[in-house]
Design a protein. Structure first.
Length: 600
């Protein structure tokens, strides 16, 4: 916006100051010469007269300047100068000049020297005429400043009108191009549809100053991908989906191939403008920020959104045919993949999902790779199916994590993962076991009711809070080497099959062994238990439980020797008050001194 105070206005203010100071100084000088007094006596008169003159001029300028309010928008109305104000201004200048002359003449007549008196009278007349001329010049400057204000304001208004006109023309042109492109997208021929998508892309790229246009065009592309046509139905054969082939006519197949190319082009347009880069280079000018995508129920082919930055993504009920890749993708306000189907490999490694992430009831027909992904909010994978297993190694779950009732057809890997809040795997089914080695559970970890067909690996795993394995079926045993359980741990009614080994492991809080069912082999090697609550074991045929250098601290609780497996029991340590060592006893004499496990 142009400045409305011009150089003429600056000169006006300077003239006002000089006029006021000159008038006051002249009056004081005449008085001083007349009364033969020092400067200190008459000097206060100068600023007083200058202040009066300055206040008067400011009032005039304020009145003649544009009004503060009025009109519409940011436009301001102006006050018109009437003829009466012109006459009043002339009269004020005349009166001010006459009054100055009269005061100076009176002061000049009071001089005792006749020769000096004549000279002072001439000076008084000159000063009065100067004041009159200065007042007239000041009035001219005021009018000139007002004229300049009006000119600049008018120019500013013309510029605003021109800008609005250009904006309206641009919007009209964009609307026409947008309408034409949308019509092309609805055309029967694939080539015309392709041209329509590329026209929309160019339209959004050429108008980057308006993010709403980009979001609107993304919405159009997403709406097209959401539309289900006969040629894009899920029942058509795909390269990735094995099974009984479905026969379609040659015409339908050709139409589908053309439609597939159109959809791939639409997907690539989205991916191109949602890629922000890896941070090592400046953000590409093709990037569209703060975009939300809605592909709910869409059928997506070979979907590649690697290294994209998306405000929010809605993929509820979507079907991904071909590989789906979100490697390094950032979802700034969350993502919803609930009820979606991944018919081929799905890659989410190194992705970052802020706020809520929803993978409830998702089907992963092939590999699901989330290695190194970061979930800043709640992560919901309950009732998800991983038919070929899943890799969540080195993931960071900062919110509550739920894998309740999830099914893992093959191995499930959580090696090195960190769970900052509750991690719930209740009723989950691991067909080939689960790998939690070096994982960190910083809050409650719940595995109640889970079933594992293979081994559960807990090597170097740290459980910092309450942990439950109630009614868990360890089909392949449990292997915990150098593990640490810092909160209460429950194995109530757990079932151990196969071979289990707990070695160099510490239970820093209470360990609950309630009605365990053992149908395999369990070795406790160099285990330290802070407090043990034991209420019975049920050992099947050919089962075995061995304790090697296993110590229990129990200062206030009874260890119930009658509940221990046959042939084993606790014996107080002489060198460690309050500690007991599990030793082997004679099965026929539970109370007799027996051979210790480390002597076997």
């Amino acid at each position: 916006m142009r400045r409305l105070i011009s150089s003429d206005a600056t000169r006006l203010l300077r003239a006002v100051a000089l006029l006021a100071i000159g008038t006051g100084t002249g009056l004081g000088a005449v008085q001083a010469e007349t009364n033969n007094v020092s400067v200190a006596t008459y000097f206060p008169l100068s600023p007083l007269l200058g202040l009066i003159a300055l206040m008067f001029i400011i009032g005039v300028i304020y009145y003649l300047s544009p009004a503060k309010t009025g009109g519409s928008g940011d436009r301001k109305s102006f006050r018109l100068i009437s003829a009466w104000w012109v006459l009043i201004g002339i009269g004020i200048v005349i009166v001010f000049a006459w009054a100055t002359t009269a005061i100076l003449l009176v002061l000049a007549d009071s001089s005792p020297d006749a020769a000096k008196r004549t000279e002072l009278r001439l000076d008084a007349v000159k000063t009065g005429l100067t004041v009159g001329a200065g007042g007239a010049g000041l009035a001219a400057l005021i009018l000139g400043a007002r004229r300049q204000w009006l000119t600049e304001r008018g120019q500013h208004h013309e510029e605003q009108v021109q800008e609005r006109k250009e904006y309206d023309e641009t919007e009209r042109r964009i609307t026409e191009l947008y309408t034409k492109a949308v019509e092309q997208i609805g055309h029967d021929k694939a080539a015309v549809r392709l041209a329509g998508f590329y026209s929309l892309e160019r339209l959004a790229q050429d108008n980057k100053g308006s993010p709403s246009h980009q979001q609107t065009i993304v919405n159009v592309i997403c709406a097209y991908l959401r539309m289900s046509t006969s040629s894009s139905d899920k029942s058509l054969p795909t390269r990735e989906h094995s099974g009984t082939p479905i026969h379609v006519s040659a015409a339908d197949s050709a139409d589908w191939l053309q439609e597939r190319e159109v959809r791939l082009a639409a997907q690539e347009i989205l991916a191109t403008h949602l890629r922000r880069g890896d941070g090592s280079r400046p953000t590409p000018r093709t990037f569209w920020p703060a975009i939300r995508i809605n592909l709910r129920g869409a059928i997506l082919e070979d979907f590649n959104f690697d290294k994209c930055s998306i405000e929010f993504a809605d993929f509820r009920g979507a079907c991904f045919r071909g590989e789906a890749s979100f490697i390094g993708t950032h979802f700034l306000s969350g993502a919803d993949f609930s009820d979606s189907n991944f018919l081929a490999d799905a890659y989410f490694s190194e992705s970052h999902i802020v706020e809520c992430c929803n993978f409830q009831r998702v089907l992963f027909s092939e590999e699901a790779n989330f290695r190194g992904a970061s979930f800043s909010g709640p992560a919901q994978f309950d009732h998800a199916r991983f038919e070929q297993g899943a890799n969540f190694g080195e993931c960071s779950f900062e919110g509550a994590t739920v894998f309740a009732n999830a099914e893992f057809g093959k191995g499930a890997g959580y090696w090195g993962a960190t769970f900052h809040r509750d991690a719930l795997f209740e009723q989950a089914h691991f067909t080939d076991g689960a790998e939690f080695g070096s994982a960190r559970f910083k809050n409650h970890a719940g595995f109640d009711g889970a079933k594992l067909g293979g081994a559960m690996m807990l090597n170097d795993t740290i459980f910092s809070n309450y942990t439950t394995f109630r009614t868990v079926e360890f089909g392949g045993g449990i292997w915990a080497e150098n593990a640490s359980f810092k909160g209460n741990t429950r194995f109530g009614l757990a079932k151990f099959a196969g071979m289990s080994r707990i070695e160099n492991t510490t239970f820093s809080a209470r360990l609950h062994f309630d009605q365990l069912r053992i149908i395999g082999l369990i070795d406790f090697v160099n285990v330290s238990i802070k407090d043990l609550e034991l209420y019975g074991w049920t050992c099947g045929p050919d089962s075995s439980i061995d304790f090697w250098d296993t110590y229990i601290e129990s200062r206030d609780r009874e260890l119930h020797p009658e509940y221990w497996p046959a042939g084993w029991g606790p014996v107080a340590c002489d060198d460690r008050p309050g500690w007991f060592k599990v030793v082997e006893r004679d099965a026929d004499e539970p109370g007799a001194t027996s051979k210790r496990s480390d002597d076997l």
